[in-house]
Design a protein around this ligand. Structure first.
Ligand SMILES: [Zn+2]
Length: 241
């Protein structure tokens, strides 16, 4: 293999490793965000149940106050009964007392229902609280790990960037520009292997004579994608596998 191709291959390999490490590094804040969103959702759920418990309690206070008012009224009505003169008025007052007592009973039913609802909401709230705690702990452990991993990856990036710098310096400007040009088009590789007689970059067939030259150590520049096609470990000529 030509010396300049070997150097390009070295740069290409360093860049490939650098790309991988950078992608890993970028995935860390994304993963942390996913965890944070999960915690927020659990916190929200917990809060909803807590609010439901609170609403039940407020409702019970209000119902009890209504009930107290009715009891006061019943007591008043009973006092008034004593001073009523006519039979009709007496009957009407008794009817009012009955009505108020009926309402007091209705409120008892509502109170019972509300207390049951409170109990359920309380149980849900406790469950949600435990879930939240569990997720929070898991997040903290994961976060610690991810931050540790980030440090390692940042060190790797620094190392690889120094390695890349050395590789770049060993390459002449013309070849480096070409390399940059190919990478600029989104391709990760400029030096590719001959794959079943075709360019490993774009899969265009390489003329058989050029294939033979590649096999004996030559370099072919693919007219389609501009890659340097060379013989690599997994290379093969057309028709062979
Ligand atoms: Zn090609």
């Amino acid at each position: 293999m030509e010396d300049r191709i070997e150097k390009l291959l070295l740069l290409q390999d360093t860049d490939r490793r650098l790309d991988r490490v950078l992608a890993d590094l970028e995935s860390i804040p994304r993963e942390l965000q996913v965890h944070q969103k999960d915690i927020m959702e659990h916190r929200q759920r917990f809060k909803e149940f807590e609010d439901a418990v609170e609403a039940c309690r407020r409702k019970q206070v209000s119902l009890k106050s209504d009930q107290q008012d009715l009891r006061t009224k019943v007591a008043e009505y009973k006092t008034r009964l004593l001073s009523i003169k006519t039979n009709d008025e007496y009957k009407a007052m008794l009817k009012q007392i009955d009505f108020a007592l009926g309402k007091i009973d209705d409120i008892d039913t509502l109170l019972l229902e509300s207390m049951e609802a409170e109990e359920e909401a309380q149980a849900e709230s406790e469950r949600a609280g435990r879930e939240l705690e569990r997720h929070q702990k898991r997040f903290e452990t994961r976060q610690e790990l991810l931050l540790e991993k980030r440090k390692q990856l940042e060190a790797e990036v620094a190392e690889l960037e120094a390695e890349k710098q050395r590789a770049v310096e060993s390459i002449d400007l013309k070849n480096y520009r070409k390399y940059q040009q190919v990478r600029g088009t989104g391709r990760a590789e400029i030096v590719v292997g001959l794959k079943a007689g075709a360019c490993g970059g774009c899969l265009t067939n390489v003329p058989p004579q050029n294939g033979v030259e590649i096999k004996s150590g030559g370099t072919f520049v693919c007219p389609m994608c501009g890659c340097y096609v060379v013989w690599t470990e997994d290379s093969s000529l057309a028709g062979s596998r």
